[in-house]
Structures are given as structure tokens and as C-alpha cells.
Design a protein around this ligand. Structure first.
Ligand code: NAD
Length: 470
């Protein structure tokens, strides 16, 4: 059993002073697999003091020093891919194939794009008699979730390092192993002391961190409910916040879409990581005449998503991450049935051990049902039919979230024109790869602010205008 009982400040691992512990449960076996020592206030104070010292030095760093730090970090992180994939399989049920494919490739690309971003930013600009500077925003408090933990930590850390900020990361207590491995990489990379710091904690520690007087900016990734709470507490000190929150993203098939390509891709985007992705496409919108074909193709595609031990390379789908998540997903499935949605496949597994949820598809879903509007964060897709493109756009936009979406059409120009009707931060056209150099973030209940590449760095900078500067 792994014990995570050291936080990281001033460039070293320090024993957590207090006694509160969080037990991490392996979601496939339902047995304890790790323990996290939750930081007390003194530990958080120490990490923030370290970050303040780190910031005072790092804000003056040259761009080539920041680039070299990011390159060293990437070199130290890359060899840890297998270790991290195994930790994610045990701690949050992510199958090793996905751990290897996505959980590590995204952060490594993220580091590359942060390095590229350094040279894309206009750090200084003359505007009339003014010199406009982009200056580091200070000490960042970063709070991250468990579903793509390394990617979410790296998105914030890489941007902060590139921006000349310092950062205190509070990763999710649900999947600490990946964060621990990441901090080993930070240490090995020899980043300047105090620039990257880590505290362990739950909601209480998170609240203490984001309301701390030593914090200049907050970058939060997680649920909309917690994001709203953090924004309310940040208001007291007017601390700027970036909120990367939940989603209810729709895959929209226009009537000329290639179903043979679209449906397996939509199934993948709804089911992978057991649907525990903020950009998960949990709504599938199809023209009414294509309904039966779409259902049949989805069933065929989803049949390949076999449940099993996340450590087995043959397993496509592991359990959901926690008992609470399992109860939440099963309750949403039950309520969808009560409200009249038809469970075409999936539902409760009947397995006596493990937080497994079978790939689930609902049809006969109407826009007022909870399953059409609320994030499930499980392998559950709701199929809805539409009469015309106007109705399709209305259905896709109805939830109030605005993180992502997808459109499929045989006519690329038509797909782009439809994509522009979606009120979301990104739209995937005909199954294109997600481009991690473009700004990532949401509209509406999915939050605001942007991550990735130069956009993520800009999010951590402030403007300073010097009027009459020579
Ligand atoms: P969560 O909101 O429960 O927790 C996220 C983090 O916030 C954890 O580290 C947790 O300890 C901390 N936290 C909880 N309460 C807090 C409080 N009151 N103050 C400060 N910190 C607090 O979310 P989760 O269950 O870890 O993750 C799932 C959610 O995250 C989903 O809604 C998902 O859509 C969202 N998410 C969004 C993105 C994105 O980029 N938009 C990416 C991944 C996940």
C-alpha cells in the first residue's frame, strides 16, 4: 500500500505535520490501496510561503531559463509513463491501455506546447507613448480533479512556470499516485526551489488554500458546484479565478454524416475512461429517420467496450473511480428510467465487487429529463432525435454547460457552419484529433479562462502599462 505523507515546498519533500488521513480505495477490488496524509494549515502556510519566495526569484527568470526548466521536466516525466499508468489503474480504475495512450501523451504534448507558447507571446508592446508589458500574475493556487490527473496538473504547472509564476498544487485526494510521481519528476528536474509546490488535501484543505492571503490567482479544474463555491470565496479578496468545470457535450450527426465512422467515435467519446472526462460526449443527437440505425451501430460499437480488471491490457473499460461516483451514476440511470427514458443497453452490472457500470445507452430521451441536462460522469449516453438543424442546435445548447461538442457531416463546410451554432469552447469536426495547442475551456456552467499552449500562459499573466516609458 502506498503512503503519501510528504508535501513539497522549498524544493524538498517535507513530512506532513497533522494526523488526518484519506484512504484511497481500489475501485475494481474495493480494497484500500493507498493512504494520503492530509496537510494541516501549517503545512499549507509553509507551501504558500515557499511559493512566495519562489515567485520573487522566478518572476525575474529569462525565457530561456523557463524553457530549459520545462524541457527538464518533460525529460523527467516521460520515463514515468508506465509507473503512472499502473497507479491510475489501481487508484482510479483507468485501464492501462488508456493510461498509456492518453493519460501521459496529453501532458507531454502540453509541455511541448507551453514551450512553443513562450515564443508566441507578445511580452512587450508599444502602444503610442505606452509600453505594455505582460507580467507574471503571482502565486497560483491550483486545484485539480482525478480523472486525467497528470494532464490537469501539467496544464497548470507548465503555464505557471512559463509565465514566471509559482504554484501550489492541491491534487485530488482520489488519485494521489499520479501527482506523487509528477512531483518526483519536478524534483528530479531540479526546478528552482519554491516554483512548484504540492499539498495534499480534501475540500477543507482546498478551501483554506484558495482563501489564503498569500495566493494571487486560482486555477481550478473540477465540478461546477465546487467551482461556484470557489468563485464565491474568491470574491472576498477579488482573487482572479480560472474555472475548468463540468460539461454535457453533444455529438451531433447531421443527416449526411457517415454513420459507420461517426457512431464508433461517438461511442468512444462517451465511454472512454468510463465516461469520466469533462469533454465526454454524453448526448448523441441524430436525425429522426436515422434513429434505429444509430442505435444498432452504437450497440455494435459499445459491445467492444468490455469491462474488466484495469491492469489487464485487454480491458477496455474499468470501473468508475469511487463508491460515491458509482452510487451517483447508478442513481442517474434509475432516475432516467423512472422519467421514461428507454435503457437500450447497459444499466447496473449485477457484479458483486467493484464500482463497475456497463456501457449504457438511453433512447426515448426528452429534453426536460435529467439525463439530457446533467453531467453523468459515467459510461452513459443519451440518444435524442431531432427534426431539423435548428432543433439539433437547441438540444445541444440546452443544458447551460458549454465545454465541448462534436459535429459529423459529409460536407465539411456544413459541419463548420453547424459547429458555429454550438455555445461551447470547442467543437470536434468529423472526429478530428483534439489540438492541445488551441485554447481549452468552457462557456456558461463549464466555466471560463483558458488552458493549453500560449493561451494557458496568457491566463496567468497580468498587463502593466507604462505611460511615457522610454
Ligand atoms: P470536484 O469538484 O469534486 O473536486 C475537484 C477538486 O476540488 C479536488 O481536488 C477536491 O479535493 C477539490 N475540492 C472539493 N471541494 C472543494 C472546495 N470546497 N474548495 C476547494 N477545493 C475543493 O471534482 P472531481 O469529482 O474531482 O472531478 C470531476 C469533475 O471535474 C467533473 O464535473 C468534471 O467534468 C470536472 N472536470 C472538468 C475538466 C475541465 O477541464 N473542464 C477536466 C476534468 C474534470
Amino acid at each position: 500500500m502506498n503512503i503519501y505523507d510528504h508535501f513539497y515546498a522549498d524544493g524538498r519533500f517535507i513530512s506532513v505535520a497533522e494526523g488526518r488521513r484519506h484512504v484511497v480505495v481500489n475501485p475494481a477490488s474495493e480494497t484500500a490501496c493507498a493512504e494520503v496524509a492530509l496537510c494541516g494549515r501549517g503545512d499549507v502556510d509553509a507551501a504558500i510561503k515557499s511559493a512566495r519566495r519562489g515567485f520573487e526569484a522566478w518572476r525575474h527568470s529569462r525565457l530561456d531559463e523557463r524553457e530549459a526548466a520545462l524541457r527538464r521536466l518533460k525529460a523527467a516525466l516521460e520515463p514515468r509513463a508506465d509507473e503512472i499508468a499502473a497507479l491510475l489503474a489501481v487508484e482510479m480504475g483507468c485501464p492501462v491501455w488508456l493510461g498509456g495512450l492518453m493519460q501521459m501523451s496529453m501532458p507531454l504534448k502540453g509541455l511541448d506546447f507551453a514551450i512553443e507558447g513562450l515564443s508566441q507571446i507578445t511580452w512587450e508592446e508599444r502602444v503610442g507613448n505606452g509600453l505594455v508589458e505582460r507580467v507574471p500574475g503571482g502565486v497560483v493556487a491550483a486545484i485539480t480533479p482525478w480523472n486525467f490527473p497528470v494532464h490537469q496538473i501539467v496544464a497548470k504547472v507548465a503555464a505557471a512556470v512559463a509565465a514566471g509564476c509559482s504554484i501550489v498544487v492541491k491534487p485530488s485526494e482520489v488519485a494521489p499516485g499520479a501527482a506523487w510521481a509528477f512531483m518526483q519528476a519536478v524534483h528530479e528536474a531540479g526546478l528552482a526551489a519554491g516554483v512548484v509546490n504540492l499539498v495534499w488535501g480534501d475540500a477543507d484543505v482546498g478551501e483554506y488554500l484558495v482563501t489564503h492571503a498569500g495566493v494571487d490567482r486560482i486555477s481550478f479544474t473540477g465540478s461546477t458546484a465546487v467551482g461556484q463555491r470557489i468563485m464565491a470565496s474568491a470574491a472576498a479578496r477579488l482573487t482572479p479565478v480560472t474555472l475548468e468545470l463540468g460539461g454535457k457535450s453533444a455529438a451531433v450527426l447531421l443527416d449526411d454524416a457517415d454513420l459507420a465512422a461517426a457512431i464508433p467515435a461517438a461511442a468512444r467519446m462517451g465511454l472512454a475512461n468510463s465516461g469520466q472526462a469533462c469533454v465526454s460526449q454524453s448526448l448523441l443527437l441524430v436525425p429522426r429517420p436515422l434513429r434505429d440505425e444509430a442505435i444498432a451501430r452504437f450497440q455494435q460499437a459499445a459491445a467492444g467496450w468490455v469491462l474488466g480488471d484495469p491492469l489487464d491490457p485487454a480491458t477496455r473499460l474499468g470501473p468508475v473511480a469511487t463508491a460515491a461516483q458509482h452510487a451517483h451514476v447508478n442513481a442517474m440511470i434509475a432516475r432516467a428510467q423512472e422519467q421514461g427514458a428507454m435503457c437500450v443497453m447497459g444499466g447496473p452490472t449485477g457484479l458483486s465487487r467493484g464500482y463497475f457500470v456497463a456501457p449504457t445507452l438511453f433512447s426515448n430521451v426528452s429534453p426536460d429529463m435529467e439525463i439530457a441536462r446533467r453531467e453523468v460522469f459515467g459510461p452513459v449516453v443519451a440518444l435524442m432525435t431531432y427534426e431539423n438543424e435548428h432543433e439539433a442546435a437547441d438540444l445541444a445548447n440546452a443544458s447551460g454547460y458549454g465545454l465541448s461538442g462534436a459535429v459529423w457531416s459529409g460536407d465539411p463546410a456544413r459541419a463548420v457552419s453547424f459547429a458555429r451554432r454550438l455555445k461551447t469552447g470547442q467543437v470536434v469536426i468529423n472526429g478530428a484529433a483534439q489540438n492541445l495547442a488551441t485554447p481549452f475551456g468552457g462557456w456558461g456552467l463549464s466555466g471560463f479562462g483558458r488552458e493549453n499552449g500560449r493561451f494557458g500562459i496568457e491566463d496567468m499573466l497580468s498587463f502593466r502599462s507604462l505611460h511615457g516609458a522610454a
